[in-house]
Design a binder for this molecule. Structure first.
Ligand code: SIN
Length: 292
């Protein structure tokens, strides 16, 4: 529990404790509800460069404070969907399974998140970090999994590395809806989100490490016959789904998890009683750079 009077600790007090070999670490010594000074922002960026999943426990963040914290790392990005009344999503939006009356909501948007993906890869300039703050969590399950796409790339055979070198994948919101079996993209989404192509092997802009860049938003690999493209994507998706590359985050109320979409894939696990227990996470996404 964070006392009301808690203040952010100086950056030198940040303790980064690795949780797994898969680049997840718990960060202690910082209260994200307070304004961060430049040294603290730099310390968080240094931590995420070494550990692409950062976990901050026992945080209490209003949506405004989450936006303020997230905005330290760049421009915030809205959500592609529209709210049921037609308005755009605010930059801090809520992922939930239950409505205000406690009944199960339409899980169509959430269901897409059950497949491996990297946020906003259907944009020419996809996400840098995503930040989730756990407001309500089920008593068990409702986990989020992260696959370290750098480790997955490193573990490929030399033959596979040579085969995929220079290939580009097309990421497309329309395909994403089809791949996940969720409701079709709307006319507005088709108009505003044309397909984009990204390298299948991405080089991290800060660390220079290569990683696989794919997921549910991919429609096909450019220049390959459809069957070959589908088979290669299936093989690489199986590859990144191996336990040895995965960190599974079991949520606690108050957790803030911040991850680097430029070298990870993630998915939510529907491994809880969805119609019974609330799972409420506030989400912000920070715009990144064009993949190279
Ligand atoms: C996401 O895919 O951005 C959300 C993941 C989750 O709900 O655990």
């Amino acid at each position: 529990m964070v006392p009301d009077t808690a203040k952010s600790a100086p950056a030198s007090a940040l303790a980064v404790k690795p949780l797994s070999s898969v680049g997840a670490a718990e960060v202690e010594g910082i209260d994200l509800s307070q304004d961060l000074d430049p040294a603290e922002v730099a310390a968080v960026l240094a931590a995420i460069a070494g550990n692409p999943v950062l976990i901050f426990r026992n945080q209490r963040l209003s949506k405004d404070r989450q936006a303020r914290f997230s905005g330290c790392f760049g421009e915030l990005e809205g959500h592609i969907a529209r709210l049921s009344d037609g308005r755009t999503f605010p930059t801090v939006h809520t992922l939930t399974n239950l409505g205000a009356d406690g009944s199960l909501i339409n899980m169509d948007v959430a269901r897409l998140n059950w497949f491996w993906h990297t946020d906003k890869s259907y944009h020419a300039v996809p996400a840098f970090v995503t930040i989730l703050h756990a407001v309500e969590v089920p008593p068990s399950g409702g986990d989020t999994q992260f696959s370290d796409a750098r480790m997955a790339y490193d573990a490929l055979t030399p033959g596979m590395k040579a085969r995929i070198d220079g290939l580009r994948a097309v990421h497309d919101w329309v395909a994403s809806r089809i791949n996940s079996g969720t409701s079709p993209a709307t006319a507005e989404q088709r108009r505003t989100r044309p397909p984009v192509s990204h390298p299948l092997v991405r080089t991290h802009p800060d660390t220079g490490r290569k990683s696989l860049y794919l997921g549910v938003h991919v429609s096909h690999i450019e220049g390959l016959p459809q069957a070959e493209s589908a088979a290669l994507l299936a093989e690489l998706t199986d590859h990144i789904g191996q336990e040895r590359f995965i960190y599974t985050h079991g949520w606690r109320k108050g957790d803030v998890v911040m991850w680097d979409n430029r070298c990870l894939l993630h998915r939510a696990l529907p491994n809880y009683e969805i119609a019974r227990h609330p799972r409420v996470l506030n989400r912000t996404v920070v715009v990144g750079t064009r993949p190279r």
